[in-house]
Design a binder for this molecule. Sequence first.
Ligand code: MN
Length: 197
Amino acid sequence: MKNKEYKEKRDFSKTDEPKGANGKSENHEPIFVIQKHDASHLHYDFRIEIDGTLKSWSVPKGPSTDPSEKRLAVPTEDHPLEYADFEGVIPEGQYGGGTVMIWDKGTFKNLKKDDKGKPMSLKKSFEEGTVEIYLKGEKLQGGYALIKMKSGTMKGNWLLIKMEDDKADARRNPINTEKKSVITGRSLEEIKKEDPE
Ligand code: MN
């Protein structure tokens, strides 16, 4: 366990000091965030909490609610958990320069089971390239699979696919119909205007 001594000395029901990433993973449902990012190319950054960090993918077309739509998800670097609260403008010329909106946010459950039907840890399913999670967001709910491609020209990239369940809906298109921040209700243009570089 990380920060064992730090945690043993404190009662986190009484102090507002940070519990540390490991404490958060143990005691809370993991979080996810989808950040709409108007950088050199508009894309959606899909991030899920695994082992105290945000595992991240860049999804050019954004997530779909239609199980027949497989969306390319290009892996990017881990981000700190605190990044899930970031909405604003990254200055031009900086890495990822452009406007970032919190398009959806919430918690999720791990759905992945092994061949024997036993629950598989998020860490292991990430390493094996078959993550299955149940999102509890405001715009997106239900099962989503992230599958790593292991051969061919797309090797190393992943696919983000809506799983078949009662939240699957081929008629919905939240990327086009729900364009505002779930935190502030702002559009990309409003964020850019209000958070000048
Ligand atoms: Mn990005």
